[in-house]
Design a protein around this ligand. Structure first.
Ligand code: GLU
Length: 543
């Protein structure tokens, strides 16, 4: 009776937990369906590791005809920033990872298990906190910061574990009458969980990623409701994931040590605990060692970095699957044309420890993906990116007809070019195809044939006698061979190799001269296509 009085005093106007148990009915889902969620704090920074977690959680839900929802964990109001939640939801949308359920604003809630923003669930937490108090599983704690510091000091002196537990937990065994009096006197308090655990005993946890782990039972009387009335992460996790019907909690492995506490909370609240899969963080090579990819030190930790660089979203998502399942790469080789949606992700194959985040590999994935784009798609993507990030590139692409030709070089064929990894590469890659960017008097690195007189001779004869812009590729190349022969070079490379003394060089040396003269570069895509795109008028201006 005393406990009930205490609970009523602390939470006079809350609904009974049965109200919420009925309101949020068990989800009716097909056999085997998994309900996952992504639960970011709206700090205004979307970490690539967060995107990774969201991608995996959504994929697992989709694969099993389950549900993926997003819950905004904004109970730490000091860390929150304005529009933080909106930015996260927009990033997910950009990456085609929009949840089945979430809330975009108070009036725009999708799903029957909301609110999906913790700050709007206060009365729900209070209802369950009240239930715990009534059942002697929670109590008000009046300790001041000074008192808590004192406890810690004493524990350190006595070489004992720190925290609020057992004999150190001053308010744990306070007579209820006394607590009621203190509250009536207006003393400040918070609500703590009254842990029934014994750390000499072990719990067995079977993690879907980390495997079987034994951990000591929790005995910490952690705070469940703070002085501002908001719940702590631990308490909200239990209440929300229960009411929202989460069946698999996928989250960062920094939460693994909290599992004993969480299982205990689920048990004391009378909830069935979800399964857990603790995801290892992404690592970065740093000197000889590895460290977590850091928000402060690594620009690539921010999802916005990929947008700014113009790395296509598809590439980011595909690379992250490479990290998640090492068999993805083999699957991709066997199924070069399939969408990643068809890849069956296996949680059990996810790494126990953090994978190295490898930018070079991501860019390789990106090159492959971009190589499959049509000229039209590439043009649209690059143009849209340039409209925000590169005025000059946008200007270059204003002539769409020419832009399509430029971006169409060595594309939409069996062996497309793979030199573009991101939109920010494009300006340099195509610049020689634009007259105002091409400096015909610049420094050109000619290769084997580097004497000016020989270069001039080759160029002069080629363009006066052989070049015809209407030639097909075969006649074009035959003419380069004819030119080679005329000037004492071999028609075929192997002819030259067999008899190096007989020739000045081979046909490749000749085409290189033309390539460097016209483009300023010795490495370019197919020269025939380049000459076609430039067209006679532009070419003649260059020589
Ligand atoms: N809000 C928690 C975080 O950002 C989420 C952990 C979880 O997924 O449960 O770390």
């Amino acid at each position: 009776m005393d406990n009930k009085e205490l609970a009523d005093l602390i939470f006079p106007d809350v609904k009974d937990t049965s109200y919420y148990e009925e309101k949020y009915m068990e989800r009716q889902l097909p056999e085997g369906a998994i309900v996952t969620r992504f639960a970011p704090s709206p700090t205004g920074f979307v970490h690539i590791g967060g995107l990774y977690q969201a991608e995996i959680a959504k994929k697992i839900a989709k694969q099993t005809n389950g549900v993926f929802f997003v819950r905004i964990e904004d109970t730490d109001q000091k860390r929150e920033i304005e529009n933080g939640a909106e930015e996260i939801l927009n990033a997910l949308k950009d990456y085609d990872l929009s949840p089945d359920e979430t809330e975009y604003s108070e009036t725009e809630v999708i799903g029957n298990y909301g609110p999906y923003k913790q700050s709007r669930r206060k009365e729900i937490y209070h209802s369950y906190a009240k239930y715990l108090i009534e059942n002697e599983l929670a109590y008000p704690c009046f300790c001041s910061t000074d008192e808590l510091n004192q406890i810690r000091e004493n524990q350190e002196k006595a070489k004992e574990r720190t925290g609020y537990y057992g004999k150190w937990a001053k308010c744990r065994n306070m007579p209820v009458k006394m607590a009621i009096e203190k509250i009536k006197n207006g003393e400040n308090y918070i609500i703590r969980f009254k842990s029934p655990g014994n750390p000499d005993k072990k719990i067995k946890h079977r993690d879907l990623i980390k495997g079987n782990i034994d951990m000591p039972e929790n005995d910490q009387d952690i705070v469940i409701v703070k002085s501002d009335g908001l719940p702590t992460y631990h308490f909200a996790h239990a209440v929300d994931d229960h009411l929202m019907g989460t069946t698999l909690v996928m989250r960062g492995d920094e939460w693994l040590p909290s599992v004993p506490l969480h299982l205990q909370l689920f048990y004391c609240l009378g909830f069935k605990a979800p399964k857990y899969a603790h995801i290892a963080p992404m690592m970065k090579q740093d000197g000889d060692g590895k460290r977590k990819l850091s928000k402060r030190k690594d620009p690539e930790a921010a999802v916005s970095y990929y947008t700014e660089q113009g790395i296509p979203r598809q590439a980011v998502l595909e690379y992250l699957l490479n990290i998640a399942n090492s068999n993805f790469e083999i699957w991709r080789k066997q199924n070069p044309e399939k969408s990643i949606d068809e890849f069956e992700l296996d949680i059990k194959k996810m790494g126990v420890s953090g994978a190295l985040f490898d930018m070079v590999k991501m860019l390789d994935v990106s090159k492959n993906i971009i190589s499959k784009y049509s000229a039209e798609r590439l043009y649209n993507e690059v143009y849209a990116w340039a409209s925000i990030y590169d005025e000059e590139l946008k200007g270059m692409l204003e002539d769409k007809e020419y832009g399509l030709k430029v971006l169409g070089i060595e594309r939409e064929n069996v062996k497309p070019r793979k030199d573009i990894a991101k939109w920010s590469d494009v300006k340099y890659i195509i610049s020689y195809l634009y007259d105002d960017k091409f400096d015909k008097n610049g420094f050109f690195e000619y290769q084997k044939i580097s004497e000016e007189s020989e270069i001039n001779k080759i160029v002069k004869i080629y363009f006066e006698k052989y070049y015809d812009e209407n030639d097909d590729k075969e006649s074009w190349f035959n003419k380069i061979k004819d030119l080679a022969e005329e000037l004492g070079y071999s028609r075929e490379v192997k002819e030259f190799k067999a008899n190096p003394d007989k020739f000045l060089g081979h046909v490749g040396d000749i085409s290189t001269v033309i390539r460097v003269k016209i483009t300023g570069r010795c490495n370019t895509p197919d020269l025939y296509e380049i000459l076609k795109v430039l067209g006679k008028e532009r070419i003649l201006k260059r020589i």
